[in-house]
Design a binder for this molecule. Structure first.
Ligand code: NDP
Length: 282
């Protein structure tokens, strides 16, 4: 009980000291959101639109992007442009950043959110898939971040990385995915320190999400995992606020923070829970 109370008190202390969010700061802000044709990325595009931002969205499916961009305009976006791109390609990550810089004349927020599709099952040696997923979920992130860094430096902008609790702790049936998210946490954790040491103008936020009710996530875990799924629109808003207030980290929902730290304190309890929380083996 004492331990739980201490954890909650520490968490609330951190929350209370975070700076306030000024929605007006996003009016006219130049934003690039990846993976915005569906799920959390789509919801982020709509929130930025309501705040009156200038948005570029990207994913592979052009027709769907067009519909999302139209809705963004109807919600109040100052600009809503889209560019189809495959993040497994060598050149598309750079192409998307170049397009954004040219069309918006600079960048205030780079929100890296896309993920490639990956099965929810035991790993059966599919190395080609794991390499491909690393390209999509990891290498394209560092390529885009590097390409956009000068522009973010000039605008005192923000780099927002959407990661996962599965980048902080391991879990079965998602070996390729959890590898890509751990790689993101490692790389951008190091970059965070380097930007601080250089006294860079760029803020960086790494967002740790738990289970969110997007179509693609629900499709995989339905009937297998009993954990509650949290709303994508709320997750999206929390990510945007974290970037806008230049906080280094987001844990959403809040208990992902408790899980992240307690797994190292009680490894055998955590392992037992992880290995016994599935209705059947997928
Ligand atoms: P979705 O699967 O709903 O959306 C993925 C997006 O990425 C889509 O817009 C998709 O569009 C795009 N995409 C897929 N493949 C490629 C590709 N090769 N090149 C470019 N774009 C691509 O994801 P979620 O909204 O569920 O997740 C968003 C973020 O949140 C991810 O970083 C994820 O790891 C993180 N997260 C999600 C959780 C959840 O439970 N949902 C939990 C923890 C973290 P298109 O098909 O048109 O290319």
């Amino acid at each position: 009980k004492i331990l739980t109370a201490s954890i909650c008190a520490a968490f609330l202390a951190v929350k209370w000291t975070t700076p306030g969010f000024d929605a007006e700061s996003l009016r006219g802000a130049r934003v690039l959101v990846t993976g915005a044709s569906m799920g959390i990325g789509e919801q982020m595009a709509y929130h930025y639109a309501r705040f009156g931002a200038q948005i570029v969205i990207t994913a592979r499916r052009e027709k769907v992007l067009q519909q999302v961009a139209e809705k963004c305009l109807s919600l109040g976006a100052q600009k809503a442009l889209y560019i189809a791109a495959d993040m497994a390609s060598e050149s598309d990550p750079d192409k998307v950043v170049d397009f954004t810089l040219e069309k918006l004349g600079g960048l205030d927020y780079l929100v890296l959110n896309h993920i490639g599709s990956t099965p929810f099952k035991m790993w059966e040696g599919d190395i080609a898939h794991t390499k491909w997923l690393m390209k999509v979920n990891f290498f394209s992130y560092i390529q885009m971040a590097w390409k956009a860094l000068d522009s973010l430096e000039q605008s005192k902008g923000s780099l927002v990385i959407v990661s996962s609790l599965l980048g902080k702790m391991t879990s079965p049936f998602v070996a390729p995915y959890t590898s890509t998210k751990s790689a993101l946490n490692g790389f951008f954790g190091a970059l965070y320190h380097e930007l601080s040491i250089k006294k860079s103008n760029v803020s960086m936020s790494i967002c740790t999400l738990g289970l969110i009710d997007t179509e693609s996530a629900m499709e995989k875990v339905r009937g297998i995992v009993n954990a509650p799924a949290y709303p994508a629109t709320d997750a999206a808003l929390n990510i945007i606020i974290t970037g806008a207030t230049r906080q280094p980290e987001l844990y959403y929902p809040w208990f992902t923070w408790v899980v992240s730290i307690s797994k190292d304190w009680f490894p055998s309890v955590t392992n037992y829970i992880i290995q016994n929380s599935y209705n059947h083996i997928p």
